[in-house]
Design a protein around this ligand. Structure first.
Ligand code: G3P
Ligand code: CA
Length: 401
């Protein structure tokens, strides 16, 4: 969906990201750009559910559920096994993956197919000729794209911090890891599940599904095959399937049975599959009672941008909650909004803190994120995506008293 990456908060390729000590106005442009349980060996030894990939009902997950957005991406380059591992070690209830395909049809974990900002591809002379300009979901983009690389070629690249201006410390880890395939993640989850004696929950998003289907690289069928191969295709499998395109969720519903979540961007936007099909409905239509009833006919939840739960005023301060959480719950839909981050750059204006740096508020410093969590959790949301799962878990523990 046009504009979804802005809602996601990190923009693409790190372009336009704020410097380390920038005004929050610049940071806004960049933005557009515990309860840890010990695992005993005995528990790990007897873990049939984890081995078989059964997670029980998603309704039995702790609430609010803390979903590690792209892993613990506040601390490690996103969508690396290291980011996923840290999230799990911090105690995250669920770990998120975004999926895009390679030229030879493998699913890899990247927030977008443009890998310019999250890998070292621009520094590889051998791939210089692959730089190109494309239109993806209505956005004109220049860079390097996963669908132009085989998996073997992609595996020669190294991952990088997306927003070094906001997260300079994470650049310590630049160059250490490769892009994971989704199959590697499934194996990692299986291993970690056995070791911990309980399943590792995943939250898996199909990215740009209509665009990729047009290239002959449909995402849903290979995703379903992998879920079947690793025993995660059943209704009680420890995995959520999510997409900004309802059509992708409906297609998945015909292939496999895990719980499904329709992502919702800003109210005025339209899912890209609606744009392609000439369906005039906007997100504003989908969050009305009829729209939610329609979603509930093929999905178990919604993943709205936080602004649909509590809108901001003209000054960027939190206003009054909408009725979305109540309306969704009335139709049996759980609500997993995105994305709360610790840094001032991403917080509502009334939760930013200057820590003595006024009049310049440091974009990369942490604000009063616990205050923001209190406001969002008070709405009754079932879970939340966050780049900082350790903070989210503390806030969730506070909320549940
Ligand atoms: O999938 C939930 C959240 O991650 C949606 O935003 O753009 O970060 O994938 P994005
Ligand atoms: Ca996502």
């Amino acid at each position: 969906m046009k504009g979804q990456s802005a809602a996601g908060g990190a923009g693409r390729g790190g372009s336009g990201t704020p410097g380390r000590r920038t005004l929050l106005g610049a940071a806004a442009a960049g933005a557009a750009a515990l309860g840890v349980q010990a695992t005993t060996p005995a528990a790990a030894a007897g873990a049939p559910a984890a081995r078989r990939g059964h997670g029980g009902s998603y309704r039995d997950l702790p609430r609010p559920t803390v979903i590690a957005h792209r892993g613990a991406s506040g601390y490690r380059p996103e969508h690396t096994i290291a980011a996923y591992q840290l999230a799990l070690d911090m105690g995250a209830h669920v770990v998120e993956q975004d999926l895009v395909p390679t030229r030879d049809g493998h699913l890899v974990c990247r927030h977008e197919n443009d890998i310019t900002g999250t890998t070292d591809v621009a520094d590889r002379p051998g791939f210089a000729s692959r730089r190109t300009t494309k239109t993806v979901d209505g956005d004109r983009l220049t860079g390097w794209f996963t669908e132009d690389f085989t998996l073997a070629e992609l595996k020669t690249l190294r991952t990088r911090e997306r927003i070094p201006g906001v997260r300079p410390k994470n650049t310590l880890y630049d160059g250490r890891w490769t892009i994971p395939t989704f199959e590697e993640v499934l194996r990692w989850a299986e291993r970690e599940g056995r070791r911990r004696g309980r399943p590792v929950w995943l939250h898996v998003e199909t990215k740009h599904p209509t665009y990729f289907r047009g290239l002959g690289l449909g995402l849903e069928e290979p995703l379903a095959r992998l879920l079947r191969r690793y025993g995660r295709d059943r209704r009680d499998a420890p995995v959520f399937l999510q997409s900004f395109e309802p059509g992708s969720i409906r297609r998945l519903a015909g292939l496999v049975s895990p719980p499904r979540v329709v992502l919702l961007g800003a109210a005025g936007t339209r899912p890209w599959d609606f744009v392609e099909a000439g369906d005039p409905r906007t997100v504003a239509d989908l969050i009305r009672p009829d729209g939610l009833r329609w979603i509930a006919s093929f999905a178990q939840g919604i993943g709205p941008t936080l602004d649909l739960v509590i809108p901001k005023d003209a000054n960027g301060r939190l206003g009054e909650p909408t009725t979305l959480v109540r309306d969704a719950h009335r139709r049996g839909l759980l609500v997993h909004p995105y994305t709360l981050r610790n840094e001032n750059a991403f917080l509502p204006a009334d939760f930013r803190r200057d820590y003595g740096t006024a009049p310049v508020v440091a974009a990369n410093e942490y604000g009063d994120v616990f205050g923001a969590y209190r406001r969002y959790f008070a709405t009754g949301i079932d879970g939340i995506f966050t780049d900082h799962p350790d903070t989210g878990l503390l806030a969730a523990a506070e909320a549940t008293g």
